[in-house]
Design a protein around this ligand. Structure first.
Ligand SMILES: C[S@@+](CC[C@H](N)C(=O)[O-])C[C@H]1O[C@@H](n2cnc3c(N)ncnc32)[C@H](O)[C@@H]1O
Length: 207
């Protein structure tokens, strides 16, 4: 049986970053929510399951200096590093399964577009939430996007979980306050429509 890592390695070996259905030239909503999270370009950001996303390019352009991209597939990160050239050295790259390894430091902003939604097993979802709790500063923001309720149930041939404010609030617990939930219609490179929903949470600062 193909492991999760092998699945993603194969995907990024078979397709260019511009061919995958989730490709965005400009991740507009992610950038808006990261700006809303606060801290300006001084904020530290980790992109969970960042893959070959162009988010890192846009954050570098916007002046962010503390950027980490984590993904289970080094083939995905290779694409992003090749695209960035010398600028790749300004980014921290981590090859890891987020359900198996917690980031070793804390960040102001946790961003995830379409990574959590692949975690269908409750144990994997809880491991993800634990990693988030370990890696997010009190007062920090978590931005989590995935297929919207009622939308597609598979992505890249894998089953996905469609989260909403209720399921994410239950997963993250009382320490996290929901700030906003925003729908976005993603157009795939082949022109198909994919409804996404993004959630912005703030981690409470305990008294
Ligand atoms: C649909 S892609 C989205 C990529 C990127 N966030 C974007 O919006 O372009 C999902 C990404 O999550 C990564 N991924 C899947 N499961 C993961 C896990 N358990 N830990 C870390 N990364 C994972 C995959 O390798 C892939 O790059």
């Amino acid at each position: 049986m193909t492991s999760v890592r092998e699945h993603w390695q194969n995907v990024y070996a078979a397709k260019t970053p511009e061919e995958v259905s989730w490709h965005q030239q400009t991740p507009r909503l992610s950038l808006e929510l990261i700006a809303r999270a606060g801290g300006g370009s001084e904020a530290s950001v980790i992109d969970i399951g960042g893959g070959a996303s162009t988010l890192v390019d846009h954050l570098l352009k916007a002046g962010y200096r503390d950027i980490t991209v984590l993904d289970i597939a080094d083939a995905a990160l290779d694409h992003a590093r090749a695209r960035l050239g010398a600028d790749a050295a300004r980014v921290n790259w981590i090859v890891a399964d987020i359900t198996a390894r917690k980031p070793s430091r804390q960040f102001d902003i946790w961003h995830d577009r379409a990574a959590l939604h692949f975690l269908t097993a409750p144990a994997a979802q809880h491991a993800y939430a634990e990693a988030l709790c370990t890696a997010l500063e009190p007062g920090g923001a978590a931005i989590i996007g995935g297929f919207a309720p009622g939308g597609r149930t598979k992505c890249s041939g894998l089953d996905v979980v469609q989260h909403d404010a209720e399921s994410l609030s239950a997963l993250l617990g009382d320490e996290f306050a929901l700030i906003d939930a925003i729908d976005e219609l993603h157009l795939t490179p082949s022109g198909a429509e994919q409804p996404f929903r993004f959630h912005l949470f703030r981690r409470r600062v305990s008294a």
